[in-house]
Design a protein around this ligand. Structure first.
Ligand SMILES: Cc1ncc(COP(=O)(O)O)c(C=O)c1O
Length: 406
């Protein structure tokens, strides 16, 4: 494979350019679009070269579980967009979190997380890792004092998601990075909602950026993918060995889809954020709506921080609560709004060009206990909308069908 031997100085290029030009590794055919290498194994030039490659003494692909040229292109391009030295990809966002925890933590270590994180993240860290002796605590997303008070001598990792799913709470990445580093720990940030189009956590001091590529990196709801961006040392020495033995490898086809998805990430996030802001403003004025959660609204508690951290944009996801007298009525009413949809998709995914609506309390956060759900602020009347690219009037009309019937 030939690479960009006499190409431009990539370190001098803008992010929009890197999204379409970084990590193009052309084969001898000179294809313009990135090639998809579907192979599980590689023919080695000699037994000695194979030995050197397996030992890590020589560059070269060895086996599909360990690496693939298309997968490597995706990793390099995502690293370029995040401003990260390196990146390693996985089969899904959750397997990226699993790889991070298996690589960094051992029995007796402590991990400190926001209690508003994605439901499966809370389950994985709070329950599954506990079986192997990893301690965890969950604190307020926004109160840095609570994070500080919860740090223990054995705290190895702070992990936050910003904005959070589904309440779009924003944490101060720089403050948490300082806290982690003063305690000799690392800070990891789930950048799934904002993506590098809006927010690059390493610029604010984070050590690891985690992605569910299933969301905006793909952007059209086609494949599952995940990734960790970090230093070369963390990627090569801490995460790659877990990938090699754990096998949570990203499939080449999926890598190719997300690689191409990155090319339109910036445009999509800007357009979808503009739509989300307009929809949030409309919902805030709707008589059937009790509250709207969207970082782009001045009513959002971390509005200023969000705009400063996210390039002035609120992102493409918002949530709102329907007005109701109690939790039972709230759930019935939320279901009524969702069941009245004719155009928008009732789907728990997010990050699609199609607008997706979901009831987090019974789906993405359905595996949590009632106490965990309440701590995460996920009420029965809450509806999450991942705003797509349909015309705003059509999105509003579809939501209004149910809302105006309440
Ligand atoms: C914020 C966040 N992090 C992680 C994940 C997990 O990603 P995946 O579904 O690709 O495993 C999700 C999935 O919805 C998510 O919303």
């Amino acid at each position: 494979m030939a690479s960009e031997a006499s190409g431009p100085d990539f370190s001098a290029l803008q992010r929009e350019t890197l999204a379409v030009r970084a990590a193009v590794a052309r084969s001898q055919y000179g294809e313009n679009s990135e090639a998809l290498f579907l192979t599980s194994g590689y023919v080695q030039p000699s037994a000695a070269a194979a030995a050197a490659r397996f030992a890590g003494d020589e560059d070269g692909f060895t086996y599909g579980r360990y690496g693939n040229p298309t997968v490597a292109s995706f990793e390099q391009r995502l690293a370029a967009l995040e401003g990260a030295p390196a990146c390693i990809s996985t089969a899904s966002g959750m397997s990226a979190i699993l790889m991070m925890c298996l690589g960094l933590l051992k029995a007796g270590d402590h991990v400190l997380c926001s209690r508003s994180m994605f439901g499966s993240t809370i389950k994985l860290i709070g329950s599954d890792l506990a079986k192997f002796g990893v301690e965890s605590s969950f604190v307020s997303q926004t109160d840095v004092g609570e994070w500080k008070a919860a740090i223990r001598p054995n705290t190895k990792l702070l992990f936050a998601e910003t904005p959070t799913n589904p309440l779009t709470e924003v944490c101060d990445i720089r403050a948490l990075a300082d806290l982690a580093h003063n305690a000799g720990a690392l800070l990891a940030v789930d950048n799934c909602f904002a993506t590098p189009a809006l927010q690059r956590p390493m610029e604010h001091g984070a050590d690891i950026v985690m992605h569910s590529g299933t969301k905006y990196l793909d952007g059209q709801g086609r494949v599952m993918a995940g990734a960790l961006c970090a230093s070369e040392a963390l990627v090569e020495k801490t995460f790659l060995p877990v990938l090699k033995s754990g096998g949570m490898t990203l499939a080449p086809f999926n890598a190719w889809v997300v690689l191409k998805g990155l090319e339109t990430l910036d445009l999509r996030l800007r357009a979808q954020s503009a739509q989300a802001l307009a929809l949030a403003q409309w919902l805030e004025a709707h008589p059937a709506v009790a509250r709207v959660f969207y970082p782009g609204l001045p009513s959002h508690p971390q509005h200023e921080l969000a705009l400063a951290q996210q390039g002035g944009l609120g992102g493409a996801v918002l949530s709102f609560e329907v007005k109701a007298a109690d939790a039972d009525q709230a759930r019935t009413r939320a279901f009524q709004v969702l069941d009245a949809l004719q155009l928008l998709s009732l789907s728990t995914n997010l990050g699609d060009t199609k607008t997706l609506c979901a009831h987090p309390a019974s789906t993405s956060h359905g595996r949590l206990t009632e106490a965990q759900r309440q701590a995460a602020g996920v009420s029965q009347g809450l509806i999450r909308v991942a705003v797509g690219l349909e015309h705003l009037n059509d999105i509003q009309a579809d939501l209004d069908r149910g809302l105006s019937s309440l």
